[in-house]
Design a binder for this molecule. Structure first.
Ligand SMILES: Cc1ncc(COP(=O)(O)O)c(C=O)c1O
Ligand SMILES: [Zn+2]
Length: 398
């Protein structure tokens, strides 16, 4: 087995991955989320720009040396990650920055960023001889687990809230996973799933509980750095729900820097919906006081994937962002919807609302005069627009 440890994000206690599955027993859920820490000196020997350049395959498998799995043999042959990074010079010009890049993660097997994380969790589940893997999800993690799990001899159980868009529900059903649509919001659905997993001994993929998710999610950062010939961008805009994708993005850039593959860690900017902005509140409070305090609330946004009021990976996200000069901002639903139309007409990329939040965030940064003319900025488009079309009924554009 690969040499790595789990470390609690709060008390920093270290655990062997054979001793513990989810969170630090002393700090509990949310405060006790675990980081996966490797022997970086060992990795540095074989994980170099030269060894990478000899590998013609461009997907998440190329980063196996820095992931907690031995190989990807038992997984789908479909390509996970390795998504395009497009440059749009006209948009950069208009924004008054050097370069504008769009990382198109709508092009994953189940059409969202979540496939990167599901891949790692499924491999670990098989390694640990689990029979059942379950997840709570706003929608995309469920589609991903159902989809990538469909061809693996594992039972997949899905827990989603009542506001899940029809398109995501359809995806889950087509893949044949057991579907539990709970008549409540995501935050309560999460707790129902967690309790069921504990009661039944199912392996839980849910965000903030499963320490392997962030490992899969960091691969987007590794790709961006490599696609820019190891000249990391200045700013990266990432939507935040539970805070797991953004934690992965920061960790990915941090690890590349630690391994001396890159010169710096970019400024990562998290984007939340205005009425689902608990992480933004936590971040601001942490910057002011140095203390972590939860700001749970009832989330209310058309961007269903980031309609999270009780973010589960927020402690990690806030600590990582504060450590590396990150930022968290919020945008209105109107800004998000406008961003969907603008992205579609200017880049041909159709983003779901949560994903378009990253572009809305960049635009907000511009309006706040927080962009620099030498900036190379990246937005990550985390989910395909065809997955979530419900908002259009409520929107007055036709
Ligand atoms: C399309 C999309 N973007 C962003 C996010 C937010 O990711 P996280 O919950 O890891 O912060 C999600 C999560 O479901 C998502 O599906
Ligand atoms: Zn702890």
């Amino acid at each position: 087995m690969k040499d790595y440890l789990f470390r609690c994000i709060t008390c920093k206690k270290e655990f062997s991955p054979t001793d513990i599955e989810y969170t630090c027993p002393d700090c509990g859920e949310r405060f006790g989320t675990l980081e996966v820490i490797y022997d970086y000196d060992e990795i540095q020997r074989n994980f170099t720009i030269r060894t990478l350049s000899q590998n013609p395959v461009f997907d998440i498998t190329r980063y196996c040396a820095i992931l907690p799995v031995e190989n990807f043999d038992k997984l789908t042959p479909l390509k996970i990650g390795g998504t395009s990074l497009y440059s749009f010079p006209e948009i950069a010009n208009e924004m008054g920055i050097s370069n504008f890049y769009l990382k198109d993660d709508t092009r994953n097997p189940t059409a969202s960023y979540k496939d990167r994380a599901t891949a790692i969790v499924l491999l670990k589940a098989m390694e640990m001889n689990k029979q059942v893997v379950a997840t709570a999800s706003t929608g995309n993690a469920a589609c991903s687990l159902a989809g990538l799990g469909a061809i693996i001899p594992l039972n997949i159980k899905i827990f989603v809230p009542k506001n899940i868009p029809l398109q995501k529900l359809t995806q889950i059903k087509v893949y044949g996973a057991e579907l539990n649509k709970i008549d409540t919001n995501y935050d309560e659905t999460f707790d129902i799933c967690t309790n069921k997993c504990l009661e039944q001994g199912w392996y839980n993929r849910s965000a903030g509980l499963n320490p392997y998710l962030v490992e899969g999610k960091k691969t987007g950062a590794l790709e961006i750095a490599e696609q820019l010939s190891w000249n990391v961008p200045d700013k990266v805009f990432v939507p935040i729900g539970d805070g797991s994708i953004i934690s992965g993005i920061v960790k990915g850039f941090w690890e590349l820097h630690k391994l001396s593959l890159t010169q710096k860690i970019p400024q990562i900017i998290g984007v939340q919906a205005q009425n689902a902005d608990s992480v933004k509140k936590m971040f601001e409070y942490f910057k002011k006081t140095g203390e972590i305090k939860l700001f749970d609330k009832k989330a209310n946004t058309k961007a269903d994937s980031i309609a999270v009021g009780k973010p589960r990976e927020a402690v990690k996200a806030v600590k990582y962002l504060a450590k590396y000069k990150g930022d968290v901002i919020s945008v209105s639903d109107k800004d998000i919807i406008n961003a969907i139309y603008e992205l579609a007409s200017r880049t041909s990329v159709f983003a779901e609302p949560a994903a378009a939040a990253s572009y809305a965030g960049l635009k907000k940064y511009q309006s706040l005069n927080k962009l620099n003319k030498r900036d190379n900025a990246v937005i990550i488009i985390t989910g395909n627009g065809l997955k979530d079309c419900e908002w259009i009924k409520l929107n007055n554009k036709s």
